[in-house]
Design a protein around this ligand. Sequence first.
Ligand SMILES: NC(=O)c1ccc[n+]([C@@H]2O[C@H](COP(=O)([O-])OP(=O)(O)OC[C@H]3O[C@@H](n4cnc5c(N)ncnc54)[C@H](OP(=O)(O)O)[C@@H]3O)[C@@H](O)[C@H]2O)c1
Length: 185
Amino acid sequence: MVVGAIWAQTPDGVIGVDGGLPWHLSEDLKFFARITIGHPVVMGRRTWDSFPERVRPLPGRQNIVITSRPESVPADGERVWAVGSYAEAVDVALGVLATEPAAGPETAPREIWVLGGPSVWRDAAAHAALPLTRVLVTTVDLDVPGDTHAPGLDAAWSRTEVQDWTVAGNGTRFRIDEWTRTPVR
Ligand SMILES: NC(=O)c1ccc[n+]([C@@H]2O[C@H](COP(=O)([O-])OP(=O)(O)OC[C@H]3O[C@@H](n4cnc5c(N)ncnc54)[C@H](OP(=O)(O)O)[C@@H]3O)[C@@H](O)[C@H]2O)c1
């Protein structure tokens, strides 16, 4: 089992503004879909709210939403779950994976992707039994104001894959890096 986080940020660490993303980068949305489709995804309620209704629940993924107000999320127990904590989200994800056939080869590790926001990523990093070990970060080369920021990655994390900068169709430069860590038990 691998628990991964995925986010996009500016070089200054901005990830969100006014409940949404401060940019539109279709190349990164395609990358996000390619990585997460076929797997349970865990997110805070505000991140859930940030997705346009036409892609909510995120298709092809079991959407697990953390909230203190479960009535605010249209949970159906098939595509959407509302849970009260990150630990409960992991339990639901494991339950789903136990009943669903693997999306890839049987030998490949099963995956859970944590979509944020920052407090949810922090809870995922601190989870005792199944901590976060992989992070995919898209750096979007923009200088924009924001009200939500990526968590820092401490010295336990190593950058294991670095892409060259790419210029998106709209002219914005971006780069995708992978960070991994072996948690101390
Ligand atoms: N650039 C990126 O890759 C990226 C990724 C993710 C998000 N974002 C952006 O970040 C912003 C959203 O992030 P955010 O940090 O504001 O919010 P968030 O983490 O998505 O959601 C926060 C909400 O989640 C629920 N929650 C989280 N932990 C909980 C716990 N332990 N127990 C109970 N409920 C809990 C609460 O919902 P209730 O209030 O319902 O109780 C809380 O208000 C948006 O602007 C979004 O676009 C950007």
